[in-house]
Design a protein around this ligand. Structure first.
Ligand code: DGY
Length: 324
């Protein structure tokens, strides 16, 4: 079995695969391959360890009939057309858990950065604009006892809620497809409908899987329902937000601020107006960018490939139905 790894991953994952004598093709260039190049190499392999946002859609699967399995180097699987994989009985694996702490750290960091306008204040120094002490200028807000609303309370949302509760005694409300009993018990989290999440959150943080039905669900209509002191945080997928509407909400005091680790589209251009706002903090999708998380992701992805190679169930499979 031959595996194509389209971008190098931490050594720990490569070693696991080599120990099993799995034949690997690792894209030697740092460059992103064109779709044509990517598909051409996939056609010559039995499995793909996919790093990044290549669209694995119906056309991809049609063009790569030799593929027997896909291991994603991500927890999100929105780039894969799961029905297309299912119809060909192709298991798709992801990397859950191992990046929950790192990603929620970034959500927590952005929340505080926005509350204290820290990116903007840093820019003041760079622009020779430190100025003198002004009791009325550059004021932020404190988060103690405020309400954190989580959109999608899974593993990452749970970690974010834990931090917010421990650090600031925040009340936790959440909206999800199903109840998260563990969060309700451990964190006294309250399940609410989407409307209530919008109207009651002081901080609203997205931790959900993205799917088409939630495309730009955060838009002019939904921002208008949020509190004027609300902080909007997105570390999940940029396509949850309409960025023109977000800009309007931020510049018209409809919401207080926004912290984004993901943008719509990615990468964000340097002249994007959101970057010039004092109440918006943007990072370039670094949620899982720690040694610990990336090593963990490499191990999960390798374990998924090894299972495929050994004709076993992938340990982290997003479409287990293919095994039925
Ligand atoms: C994921 O795992 O889905 C992240 O967005 C990639 O870092």
């Amino acid at each position: 079995m031959k595996v194509f790894i389209n971008k190098n991953i931490p050594e720990i994952g490569i070693k696991l695969l080599q120990e099993k004598e799995i034949s690997l093709t690792i894209n030697p260039t740092k460059n992103v391959l064109s779709r044509e190049e990517f598909i051409k190499i996939c056609q010559e392999h039995d499995a793909l360890l996919n790093v990044g946002t290549n669209k694995l859609d119906e056309d991809f699967f049609e063009q790569c009939p030799n593929l027997k399995g896909i291991a994603l180097f991500s927890v999100g699987f929105d780039a894969v057309n799961i029905p297309s994989a299912n119809s060909r009985k192709i298991p798709v694996g992801n990397t859950p858990d191992v990046l929950s702490r790192a990603t929620s750290d970034i959500a927590f960091l952005l929340m505080q950065s926005v509350a204290r306008k820290s990116f903007f204040n840093h820019k003041r120094i760079l622009n020779d604009n430190w100025g003198s002490f002004d009791p009325l200028a550059n004021l932020g807000q404190e988060l103690y006892g405020k309400t954190l609303g989580i959109f999608g309370l899974g593993r990452i949302g749970f970690e974010m809620a834990k931090k917010c509760k421990a650090a600031f005694g925040m009340n936790i409300i959440y909206h999800n497809r199903s109840h998260n009993k563990e969060a309700e018990k451990e964190l006294d989290a309250k399940y609410v409908d989407f409307e209530t999440l919008l109207t009651e959150s002081d901080v609203l943080s997205i931790h959900s899987n993205y799917s088409e039905e939630n495309n730009e669900i955060f838009n002019a209509t939904t921002f208008a329902k949020m509190k004027s002191n609300a902080i909007f945080i997105n570390t999940a997928r940029g396509k949850f937000q309409n960025e023109d509407d977000l800009f309007h909400a931020l510049t018209n005091n409809i919401i207080w601020g926004a912290g984004l680790d993901v943008t719509n589209p990615e990468p964000m251009k340097s002249d994007n107006p959101l970057l010039s706002l004092p109440n918006c903090c943007v990072l370039p999708h670094i949620g899982s960018a720690t040694y610990e998380a990336r090593n963990g992701m490499a191990v999960c992805a390798a374990q998924n490939i090894i299972a495929l190679f050994e004709d076993k169930k992938m340990p982290f499979c997003v479409n287990e139905e293919v095994y039925n």
